[in-house]
Design a protein around this ligand. Structure first.
Ligand code: HEC
Ligand code: HEC
Length: 385
């Protein structure tokens, strides 16, 4: 019955995603670790059906419609499988900024996901598409923001890590990122810094030998699970109808009418599923996306639909970092992902206005960089080779 009543109020195209978001709600708001039913579907009805004209003149009706597709961000992205404690979070914060987890001792997680700059790489904005890692090397993909990432169905553009805890093991050992040779080296570094011994013991009280590579990643993940940036859209969804300006509300209506919500929905305005990039016409990329993780033919050119929270400040855009401005990114999306195809300049502008309202508040106290812990004579030296 729920579906029937929703069906009356919503255009048909929105239904699969409403069903999806209803299912998710029953799981205590946590999206990490499992895939929604819509994942990997090649057919997206939203993108192939014409939508009615925007009508944003009734903010209350607009909010009701939006509430069926989106949800406010939670305070914490904790899950029952990954319980948080203040000790784990404090350790995770220290590790997030720990440069000695990189071979050159010049790079930390924060280098490519700068928490004072909305979790993206400020350097990439000036220098080009990708983030610079060890010895000035570049990987082949644009770095996404770490804010709100714990909400996502999986981590990385291709979803190859199930959650932020699993993800955190990747960059430390990635030769073009932090470039430590192996997990044992990371453990050696951590054990050589005396200040880490009590921090790990407090974060993992049951463990006889708490300083492990897995525990390092679990602590970093714990810290990331509170990297939430609430914004004016949350206020609007919560009932504060003036939190979005009239023009931003029109942008929200256009975002829904054009069919962007077929893929960008839920609390992250994205992050909930994998979809084909180039649904309506082939997108020029040599990156096979999710196929790299699953080796399944059906996953070729599928990518995780990114969350659009903070998107105005996380450029460049797309996995390939090929678009410098949000205007270009929005126009490209309409062209490759929706039946609407070409948007007018005014339509692009309107959607961009709405997307700008997704710029959230940085939790400044929570993300404040801690003082680095002093090393000891056994702490490995920086190696720039
Ligand atoms: C040299 C730059 C660099 C460093 C250092 C780095 N990352 Fe990343 N990060 C990236 C890139 C590039 C991607 C996307 C790679 C991909 O999808 O294949 C990424 C992806 C992620 C994601 C997935 C987000 C999403 O939306 O899928 C998270 C979370 C993340 N990194 C956290 C971390 C943490 C935690 C650390 C420290 C342990 C770290 N990163 C260190 C560049 C970096
Ligand atoms: C069929 C699914 C689908 C639809 C419909 C869709 N998108 Fe996307 N969107 C994606 C995928 C997948 C990506 C990631 C592309 C990549 O890997 O580079 C993406 C990426 C983006 C990005 C870049 C975000 C970033 O951090 O780099 C923006 C902005 C965006 N979409 C906006 C929109 C807008 C606006 C619309 C409506 C005009 C829209 N999308 C419609 C699937 C979709």
């Amino acid at each position: 019955m729920i579906l029937r009543s929703i069906g009356r109020r919503l255009p048909l195209y929105a239904l699969p995603f409403v069903i999806w978001s209803c299912n998710r709600q029953s799981e205590s708001g946590n999206l990490a670790g499992s895939q929604p039913e819509a994942a990997n579907e090649t057919h997206v009805s939203a993108a192939t059906q014409a939508a009615p004209a925007p009508a944003a003149d009734d903010p209350s009706a607009l909010r009701e419609r939006a509430k069926l597709l989106f949800k406010p961000l939670p305070d914490s992205m904790e899950s029952s499988a990954r319980p948080l404690t203040p000790e784990k979070i404090a350790l995770g914060r220290q590790l997030y900024y720990e440069k000695r987890l990189s071979k050159s001792q010049q790079l930390s997680c924060n280098s490519c996901h700068d928490l004072s700059a909305r979790g993206s790489d400020v350097r990439a904005r000036g220098t080009g598409q990708f983030s610079e890692g060890h010895r000035g090397q570049f990987g082949g993909r644009n770095s996404p923001t770490s804010y709100n990432a714990a909400l996502h169905v999986a981590q990385f553009w291709d979803g190859r890590a199930a959650d932020v805890e699993e993800q955190a093991k990747g960059p430390v050992l990635n030769p073009v990122e932090m470039a430590l040779p192996d997990a044992a080296t990371a453990v050696k570094v951590l054990k050589s810094v005396p200040g880490y011994t009590p921090l790990f013991a407090a974060a993992f009280p049951g463990d006889a030998d708490p300083i492990t590579f897995d525990n390092m990643a679990i602590a970093i993940g714990a810290f990331e699970r509170k990297l939430v940036t609430k914004d004016r859209f949350d206020k609007f969804l919560g009932g504060e109808l003036t939190a979005l300006s009239h023009d931003e509300q029109r942008g929200l209506a256009a975002f829904m009418d054009v069919g962007c919500v077929a893929c960008h929905s839920g609390p992250g305005v994205g992050g909930g599923m994998f979809q084909k990039l180039g649904l309506l016409k082939p997108y020029p990329t040599t990156d096979l996306g999710r196929f790299e993780a699953t080796k399944s033919e059906a996953d070729k050119f599928f990518f995780k639909v990114p969350s659009l929270r903070n998107v105005a400040s996380t450029g460049p855009y797309f996995h390939d970092g090929s678009k410098k401005t949000l205007h270009e990114a929005v126009a490209t999306m309409a062209e490759y992902q929706t039946a609407k195809g070409q948007l007018s300049g005014a339509e692009v502008e309107s959607i961009v206005l709405f997307l700008n309202a997704l710029t959230g508040d940085i939790p400044a106290d929570y993300v404040r960089e801690p003082t680095p812990l002093p090393g000891s004579p056994s702490t490995p030296k920086a190696d720039a080779s």
